[in-house]
Design a binder for this molecule. Structure first.
Ligand code: FES
Ligand code: FES
Length: 511
């Protein structure tokens, strides 16, 4: 390498090109450190790429590599063995890591705090530190628990039960354990050969830009840094006419999973699955990236990596469809919903008292695969007509009940059959409760009347931060049944309870 620059990563010297690459680019694709994750580069907003530079947490996707030539860079792979195993154990023992995509960056952030002597019994210290991060899975509380647990954390073998509960709740087979928290969960792009060219979608048109590096592929594809809009995000569907005693209009909702779609494939081979360690709340089940990787590998005669940027995931991935619904005094009603294959059946299975009208609304693709799409709204509307916070039961699944106290804390009770692993079960329940609270009060995706999406950054969807998340208490009730998934029931029960606690405002997110 003629014009090389030597950087020091985890105690070793690594020769990298002396160009405009970011530290994240060279860590993942030259140094081969795949524990450092890319959730939004170059937006610098999710924290997944955080590493330590001379002991200080730094977001590597917005750090030019030229700036760190004389610095000591530490990734989760370079932490002292006793420290990294304690962090792995802290996260595994609290359920602070589910898919694990956000966790390596959070561990680096926490480690920077720890060496400065921050108190492990101070939850506010951890919540403040998490301002620089996003986690979509855990609902934050278990992540803060991991900070508290660190001093006394000890390795305990992960059980098969934990993985079985994670698979039930996440909808796909998942690795569970300390290695996931430390960045080795086996995500599709982490197993790709270092020398494989990278393909990214071209911004204007249907093609793919293929180049030797991700930075070059992004440049060829004409990617711009995602933006947040100031445009109005009011619900797009008008209410049907009717004698309603209750109405609800919702917006487009971005699933907001942190690991953007990725796959790679050898010529003639099977592509690595974009569902390698996370179900993305149903949003990746029809992702195109595997098929594209297979086709491009065959065309180029070598392994090809296919990667979505955050902007691509927002532009191309399916959304939760918006609705406009009215309920009559007798509990019957009409749900108007953006046309989505399968949505009418999903609603009818839970709330046959609602007539479903599918309407064409200009906007992004929608999917019935997304957590509770359509039926959760129907169940929440039906629950609002009852006198109390009753149990919500998912057909063939678990049941949940939730209440919101005056201080905003949320109490959740669940019946999930055999819990298998209570730590994992509670983590999924807390995450579902956090997502439901955000759905009702803060989340939306701005789409204009022509159907163009205006919110393209990971921070623009309204995902609740750790410091904005109230205490969520989960009680696992005795249930003699075999294990059943319960997090979708929690999601629905918490949405119903939060809406009730706010006295049923007619639009979500609530003003
Ligand atoms: S990938 Fe760097 S902050 Fe998101
Ligand atoms: S565990 Fe945080 S995003 Fe999945």
């Amino acid at each position: 390498m003629a014009d090389g620059l030597t950087i020091r990563v985890d105690g070793r010297d690594v020769l990298v090109p002396d160009d405009s690459a970011t530290l994240l680019d060279v860590l993942r694709d030259v140094a081969g450190v795949r524990s450092v994750k890319d959730g939004c580069a170059p937006q610098g907003q999710c924290g997944c790429c955080t590493v330590l530079v001379d002991g200080q947490p730094r977001v590597s996707c917005v750090t030019p590599v030229r700036r760190v030539g004389d610095r000591e860079i530490t990734t989760p792979d370079g932490l002292p063995a006793d420290v990294s195993s304690a962090w792995g154990a802290a996260f595994a023992s609290t359920g602070g890591s589910q898919c694990g995509f956000c966790t390596p960056g959070i561990i680096c952030r926490y480690e920077g705090l720890r060496v400065k002597g921050a108190a492990h019994d101070d939850r506010d210290v951890a919540a403040e530190a998490l301002l620089a991060h996003l986690c979509r899975c855990t609902g934050w509380q278990p992540v803060v628990d991991a900070w508290v647990a660190f001093p006394s954390a000890s390795e305990s073998p992960m059980s098969d039960s934990a993985a079985r509960r994670a698979e039930l709740e996440g909808g796909v087979a998942q690795v569970v354990g300390p290695e996931v928290a430390l960045g080795h969960g086996g995500f599709a792009d982490d197993t790709a050969p270092l020398d494989a060219p990278v393909a990214v979608p071209i911004s204007e048109g249907d093609g793919w830009a293929v180049a030797e590096t991700r930075a070059e592929a992004l440049r060829q594809a004409g990617k711009i840094q995602g933006r947040r809009t100031t445009a109005d995000s009011s619900p797009p569907i008008e209410l049907p006419e009717g004698d309603w005693v209750r109405t609800l209009r919702t917006s487009w909702i971005e699933p907001g999973y942190l690991e953007t779609d990725a796959a790679w494939c050898e010529p003639g081979g099977e592509p690595a699955s974009p569902l390698a360690n996370g179900g993305a709340f149903g949003a990746k089940s029809t992702s195109e990236v595997g098929a594209v990787a297979r086709r491009l590998a065959d065309e180029h005669g070598r392994a090809v990596r296919v990667l979505y940027s955050r902007e691509d995931a927002v532009q191309r991935g399916p959304k939760r469809p918006p609705i406009a619904a009215g309920v009559r005094a007798d509990g019957t009603g009409v749900i108007r919903v953006a046309r989505t294959p399968g949505i009418a059946d999903a609603i009818a299975a839970v709330a046959p008292e609602f007539e479903v009208e599918e309407v064409d609304v200009p906007g992004p693709p929608t999917s019935v695969d997304i957590r509770g799409a359509g039926w959760a709204e129907a169940a929440v509307l039906a629950a609002s007509m009852r006198d109390d916070d009753g149990w919500i039961e998912v057909p063939g699944g678990g049941a949940a009940q939730a209440t919101v106290a005056d201080d905003g804390s949320i109490a959740v009770r669940v019946r999930a059959g055999d819990p298998l692993d209570e730590t994992v079960l509670r983590s999924y329940c807390t995450g579902a409760a956090h997502m439901a609270l955000g759905w009702v009060t803060s989340e939306s995706l701005t789409v204009d009347e022509a159907g163009e999406i205006h919110d393209l950054t990971i921070r623009s969807f309204g995902i609740l931060r750790a410091i904005d998340t109230p205490t969520i208490n989960v009680v696992v009730e005795e249930d003699e049944r075999a294990s059943v998934a319960v997090s979708d029931a929690v999601f629905t029960a918490v949405a119903a309870a939060v809406w009730r606690s706010l006295d049923f405002p007619p639009t979500w997110p609530t003003p």
